[in-house]
Design a protein around this ligand. Structure first.
Ligand code: ZN
Ligand code: ZN
Length: 662
């Protein structure tokens, strides 16, 4: 699955947030008064969700805030949560609630007169379709569209006050935006309460969902390969080396990995709402007490009871950081930490650096790596079963993108250690395959036929690993053009997969390898080539990646990391091709050795590439050898599992598609 660049990169900031308190009773009164003041929205089609009432109430709050000397000239509603998560829990879908726009990327500005939504090219059509007439679409990425901050500088009265929830903006963005606003005497104002939450909580028809508090459970040592105690010791070593007294972890997968625990508060991501502080003396987990069972408490205690993780309430994090700031010593905030947390202590005490845990968890230990490999054998078995099933069932004309993906999920569910999908399956036929972030819905669901190419990008969470694989298939007779495009995408995947490069080579330098055979004939694809993958954690995991986009946080590609290798080619309205294989980074054997450690990749996804789409005349001997050897590995590793499970038609499909070519 393709990773879109995240919104939140940062450095530290000084600004202290002014706190705002709104009396709860007055909120309720205000809401009931306004509900009757705004007639129901009746000028919208069924596609659009009416936002007149919500906006009206929000504007009322913008005007009547206590402790803010003047009314807000604008209120900003970004798309993120307080942990900069890629996927949001329903409670955090504030931008969606206030605007009706459901796309994953978008940022809203609400002024007393206007409501504007910035979103990128993937979502222009969807935003137009979903937003009512209160909203103006700002097409982000077009030269004619001002950046949001430039718009605020230019369009608001000089000296304006702009409100934002400081937990939803990185300290770096806060600082950069503040500097720009200062040029016209305007400023950001940190509101202690989220104004959209205030509106949403009082919405009787569509109340804000509660923050999930699902059970949190320990992940056994046989899956993690390292105790939380030894991970904490490694963090402390980093703290000492960086002259810091504490590290504040904000990213949910950082907390889950460090403490070897998992949850299910966010769909597809086995994480839970929390923060964690590691000091030289203590470890504190900030989490809802409802999520902490006795079993978990035991797990978070050391056997010798010398050290146990202290449990504090999720909301206590602010108080804790404030107290840290009252004593001397530096506090390490990850670069993505929000202004709302970083601003709680004096700037001189803040260190803003990439979280050491983010780097530690990207490099898989032997147990994690073995788990990845094992989970990929089972995942391949499920996918191969699916392809054999498709081959048999497509001629009936009854298999659609959605029903097919459901069958695939049922095959994955049968596999050992299955915990859920790792993202919603991208199951796209013909023109739908060309929509990079496509997810089939009832109104787009297309039948899988023998006439069009079929792209399936899917993955699962297993206790021992996370999978993400894309294969593109044709169940009839592909055209020569389709075969050429497919073969060039495959050549790119192989080229990157067998590349040899120096230790810590930046991902941006490798991206071209996957594109060169497309570029040679004037083709390309509009997404990055590879992302990291978590170990029973998020399918998109930083800090490294293989992309043409500059990544300021890239520590370079290192042994033990896992990446996707996923070039593609998309022809709007016709077809989409993507071939995605996860690879692990291993040492390379080279003819000469000058002392520089050299690395290469080794495939861990074990799903054959459909042979009828390959034109071997376009491939070199080396590429053909690579493919034959890959297919032999798929056969050797997956066949025993299919045999043991008595999956005869899947086994036949595997043998057919792994015959040596050329
Ligand atoms: Zn994928
Ligand atoms: Zn992927």
């Amino acid at each position: 699955m393709i990773y879109s660049l995240s919104k939140f990169t940062s450095i530290k900031s000084v600004t202290n947030s002014s706190l705002l308190v709104i009396n709860r009773t007055s909120q309720v009164l205000l809401f009931s008064r306004l509900k009757s003041a705004f007639p129901a929205d009746n000028n919208n089609s069924t596609m659009k969700s009416g936002t007149t009432q919500q906006l009206g109430l929000l504007r009322k709050y913008m005007k009547d805030l206590h402790h803010v000397p003047e009314p807000l000239a604008a209120y900003l509603v970004p798309s993120c949560d307080a942990h900069n998560s890629e996927y949001l829990a329903a409670v955090d879908a504030r931008r969606e609630y206030i605007s009706g726009f459901t796309g994953s990327a978008g940022s809203a500005v609400i002024t007393p007169k206007q409501a504007l939504m910035w979103t990128d090219g993937r979502y222009y059509l969807q935003a137009q379709k979903e937003m009512d007439s209160n909203w103006v679409l700002m097409k982000d990425g077009l030269a004619t569209t001002p950046k949001q901050i430039d718009w605020l500088v230019k369009n608001l009265e000089p000296g304006s006050v702009i409100g934002i929830d400081p937990l939803l903006v990185s300290s770096a963005n806060w600082k950069a935006w503040s500097e720009q606003l200062e040029t016209v005497g305007s400023r950001l104002h940190a509101l202690d309460q989220n104004l959209v939450d205030l509106v949403w909580r009082e919405d009787k028809q569509n109340p804000q969902p509660a923050r999930p508090e699902n059970p949190v459970f320990p992940l056994e040592y046989c899956f993690t390969g390292k105790s939380w105690q030894s991970k904490v010791e490694e963090v402390r070593k980093e703290l000492k080396e960086n002259n810091c007294k504490a590290l504040i972890l904000c990213a949910l997968d950082d907390v889950a990995w460090l403490l070897n625990i998992r949850g299910s508060d966010i769909d597809f991501n086995p994480v839970f709402f929390s923060y964690c502080a590691v000091t030289l003396k203590e470890v504190v987990l900030f989490i809802s007490p409802k999520q902490v069972s006795d079993n978990l408490k035991d797990f978070l205690s050391s056997v010798d009871m010398e050290e146990s993780v202290q449990i504090k309430d999720y909301d206590d994090i602010k108080r804790y950081i404030t107290a840290l700031g009252k004593e001397p010593g530096k506090v390490w905030f990850p670069k993505t930490a929000s202004h709302g947390l970083v601003s709680l202590i004096p700037q001189a005490q803040c260190v803003s650096k990439l979280s050491p845990v983010t780097v530690m968890k990207a490099i898989k230990n032997d147990v994690e790596m073995k788990g990845f490999e094992n989970s990929h054998i089972r995942d391949a078995a499920a996918l191969i079963q699916y392809f054999a099933w498709l081959q048999k069932n497509i001629p009936s004309g009854q298999v659609t993108e959605i029903s097919g993906a459901d069958v695939l999920e049922s095959f994955r569910k049968e596999q050992e250690h299955f915990m859920g999908l790792s993202f919603p399956s991208i199951s796209g036929v013909g023109p739908n395959g060309a929509i990079i972030h496509y997810r089939p819905e009832a109104d787009t669901d297309r039948t899988i036929t023998t006439e069009e190419m079929y792209l399936i990008d899917s993955g699962a969470q297993y206790k021992d690993g996370t999978t993400d694989v894309t294969r593109t298939l044709h169940f009839g007779v592909p055209t020569d053009y389709e075969k050429e495009c497919f073969t060039r995408v495959l050549k790119g995947m192989i080229q990157l997969g067998m590349s040899v490069f120096p230790d810590k080579c930046l991902g941006v330098r490798l991206d071209t390898l996957a594109r060169m055979h497309l570029w040679n004939v004037g083709l390309d694809y509009g997404h990055g080539t590879g992302h990291g993958v978590g170990a029973f954690l998020n399918v998109h995991e930083g800090p490294s990646g293989i992309s043409f986009r500059h990544n300021p946080n890239d520590p370079g590609v290192q042994e033990g990391m896992i990446f996707s290798d996923e070039p593609g080619y998309y022809e709007a309205g016709k077809f989409g091709i993507r071939i995605e294989t996860l690879v692990k980074v291993v040492p390379a054997e080279t003819k000469f050795n000058t002392g520089t450690k050299m690395l290469t990749f080794e495939a861990i996804t074990l799903v054959p590439i459909q042979q009828k789409l390959i034109d071997p005349t376009l491939m070199t001997r080396v590429e053909i050898d690579w493919l034959n050897s890959y297919h032999q590995t798929c056969r050797d590793k997956v066949a025993p599992l299919l045999k043991a499970a008595g999956k005869q038609s899947a086994l036949e499909w595997l043998y057919k598609e792994t015959q040596p070519i050329g």
